[in-house]
Design a protein. Structure first.
Ligand SMILES: Nc1ncnc2c1ncn2[C@@H]1O[C@H](COP(=O)(O)OP(=O)(O)OP(=O)(O)O)[C@@H](O)[C@H]1O
Ligand SMILES: [Mg+2]
Length: 235
């Protein structure tokens, strides 16, 4: 099958103040199952997602997106001071899509939010807000969905719900690129992995090769539960 690129990164570099946050990241992300950006806290996952979404400008290098509309779910989503229903309706409206009662019904249903449709979004629990945030992103009918640590503050049951949703959205053909520092989550949902250490892409591999035959010493150390840095020294 011909590989279809979704994102092409070429020497993507991001410098903020004195700090090099992304170090010449070169990679092609293809259509298919979820791509997971994996790496320790502060390695640049959020910055790379934002660069791919166009929310931050690179200092040098390029990022090209080859598909249509993209949606981005922040690690700590901000709910509008409106009902759950209106949060969804507003997201569609800002994407320039027509209002559709049947789309709204399906979204509320798919995300188990029907009983909360008229509740103020800001009163929802963390797990409910995260589901609404993903539903809101999907209301825009994106071809590409960025999820930044979508389960970082959720318990096991809510994490499982969100991971199931991710699998269903992906099966519908929406390309998902998500960040996590959770190895178990990467293993459960990744089709392929981009492993970042201190802003450098240490490894890109299909999920099974990453977990069973990692080539970089940093990836092997991370998989073994050790602390990692780009020069291989313990930080
Ligand atoms: N606006 C900024 N100005 C200066 N430094 C920044 C800025 N944004 C991020 N950084 C730094 O860039 C590095 C990468 O941050 P980023 O948030 O991309 O990492 P991350 O992998 O998402 O981390 P986490 O797992 O904690 O979410 C961090 O050291 C951070 O302090
Ligand atoms: Mg982050």
């Amino acid at each position: 099958m011909q590989a279809e690129p979704v994102i092409t990164l070429s020497k993507a570099r991001l410098v903020m103040g004195q700090r090099m946050i992304l170090r010449d990241v070169t990679a092609v992300i293809e259509r298919g199952g979820p791509t997971v950006l994996l790496g320790p806290n502060g390695c640049g996952k959020t910055s790379l997602l934002k660069a791919m979404m166009g929310l931050v400008s690179l200092t040098s290098g390029t990022v090209d997106r080859h598909v249509g509309r993209a949606s981005f779910v922040l690690q700590k989503p901000v709910m509008l001071r409106r009902s759950v229903y209106d949060n969804l309706a507003f997201a569609r409206q800002t994407a320039g899509l027509p209002h559709s009662e049947s789309v709204m019904t399906d979204l509320l249903n798919d995300f188990s939010l029907t009983h909360l449709a008229h509740a103020p979004a800001r009163r929802l629990s963390g797990g409910e807000q995260q589901r609404l945030a993903i539903a809101r992103a999907l209301a825009r009918e994106p071809a590409l969905l960025f999820l930044d640590e979508p389960t970082a503050s959720l318990d096991v049951a809510q994490t499982r719900l969100v991971e199931d949703l991710i699998a269903r959205i992906s099966a519908r053909g929406v390309k998902i690129i998500l960040s996590t520092h959770d190895l178990g989550q990467a293993k459960r949902i990744a089709d392929d992995v981009l492993f970042l250490v201190e802003g450098q892409l240490a490894e890109q591999a299909p999920m099974a090769s990453f977990f069973h035959a990692a080539r970089s010493s940093q990836a092997r150390a991370f998989l073994a539960g050790e602390l990692v840095s780009i020069d291989g020294e313990k930080p």
